[in-house]
Design a binder for this molecule. Structure first.
Ligand SMILES: [Zn+2]
Length: 160
């Protein structure tokens, strides 16, 4: 395994579609990433299987779930059959302003996704048109300093 994280084509395309739809309205998008931690040759890697979302309350530069939407989402997830899957992080969009974590994003990550395997995926559906190599990045908080974050190496698994 060459990467720390693998994202299924399904999760990627659902997240990108949501980001594109919201970008047309000049809004950010956000959803949860469902997956698991696997081991290969004694090395852990993260496998992101799916992207699930609910109604977003978003503006051009911020996004969050409504309280109701979050409980719907939790319900949607707990109804799934595969109990080995859990919420491994979140994906949100930065339409046209590039992939990084803002101070608000770091606060969200610290509050909600602070486990060692938790990630934050940022996708820029506008940048994808001009710079497809750089429209999606994966981050996690540094273990010893949660105000800082690092990039996680990743690959999107293309279906054959
Ligand atoms: Zn952000």
């Amino acid at each position: 395994m060459d990467y720390e994280c693998y994202i299924s084509e399904l999760a990627y395309s659902k997240g990108l579609k949501h980001a594109k739809e919201n970008a047309e309205l000049k809004l950010e998008s956000m959803g949860l990433l469902i997956g698991q931690v696997n081991t290969y040759n004694g090395k852990n890697y993260l496998m992101v299987q799916d992207y699930i979302t609910a109604e977003n309350q978003s503006t051009a530069v911020s996004v969050k779930f409504s309280r109701e939407a979050l409980s719907n989402l939790t319900e949607k997830f707990s109804n799934r059959q595969d109990k080995n899957l859990f919420v491994v992080g979140w994906m949100h969009s930065h339409p046209s302003y590039g992939c990084f974590l803002s101070s608000t994003d770091i606060a969200t990550q610290t509050a909600c996704f602070n486990q060692p395997n938790n990630i934050a995926v940022v996708i820029d559906p506008v940048l994808k048109e001009s710079n497809p190599q750089d429209h999606i990045r994966v981050f996690r908080l540094n273990e010893n300093d949660s105000r800082r974050y690092s990039e996680v190496s990743f690959a999107i698994i293309k279906k054959n």
